[in-house]
Design a protein around this ligand. Structure first.
Ligand code: CA
Ligand code: CA
Length: 178
């Protein structure tokens, strides 16, 4: 007859084995659930991207994490800034060549120049972003910025994507970024 101690250790080993089996099956169940969720997320990402592209067609562009869009209206720098702010965004402020190209494509389609958010209203000659901070990326046209007449404190983007400092009171296509 087996000793009680032997029986006890045999019982413990059985419990340990069952625990391992249970953990394995639980792990496999979780793994398949994660795989199913991952597939659902991938499917959802495709739907979101399609919706975004459809929503942006033909008056917007998506680049990186930013969306640029116009409603086709025009305004001065101040009214453009207010329009974008009311929409929950801000006046387009491209920070690299890809973003600049996205804005350029929108204005080329509408055949109208647009104000950008950056300006040197606060400090002549030092262009800054709307939220502050001196600009990094620039795409000035030849001979610009020239502060012509001593009163060019805003930036307009030409149809070719180049920048010109310009008076803030012209009417330009309103392009916002979100
Ligand atoms: Ca200026
Ligand atoms: Ca100029």
């Amino acid at each position: 007859m087996a000793q009680p101690a032997v029986l006890f250790f045999w019982f413990l080993s059985q419990v340990a084995e069952m625990t391992v089996l249970f953990r394995c099956s639980e792990f496999q169940r979780l793994e398949s659930e994660v795989a199913a969720l991952r597939k659902q997320l991938d499917d959802l990402a495709v739907v979101v991207t399609k919706n975004r592209d459809a929503h942006l067609f033909p008056n917007g562009r998506s680049v990186g994490g930013k969306l640029f869009k116009t409603d086709g209206s025009q305004g001065s720098f101040e009214s453009s800034k207010a329009t974008c702010s009311q929409a929950g965004g801000q006046l387009a402020s491209p920070k690299n060549a890809s973003e600049n190209a996205a804005v350029q494509q929108i204005i080329a389609r509408h055949n109208k120049a647009a104000y950008l958010g950056m300006n040197d209203i606060q400090s002549e000659g030092t262009f800054a972003y709307l939220c502050g901070g001196e600009i990094g990326y620039t795409n000035w046209a030849d001979e610009e910025p020239n502060n012509a007449g001593g009163k060019e404190d805003c930036i307009e983007m030409y149809l070719d994507g180049k920048w010109n400092d310009r008076s803030c009171t012209e009417r330009r296509l309103i392009v916002c970024e979100f």
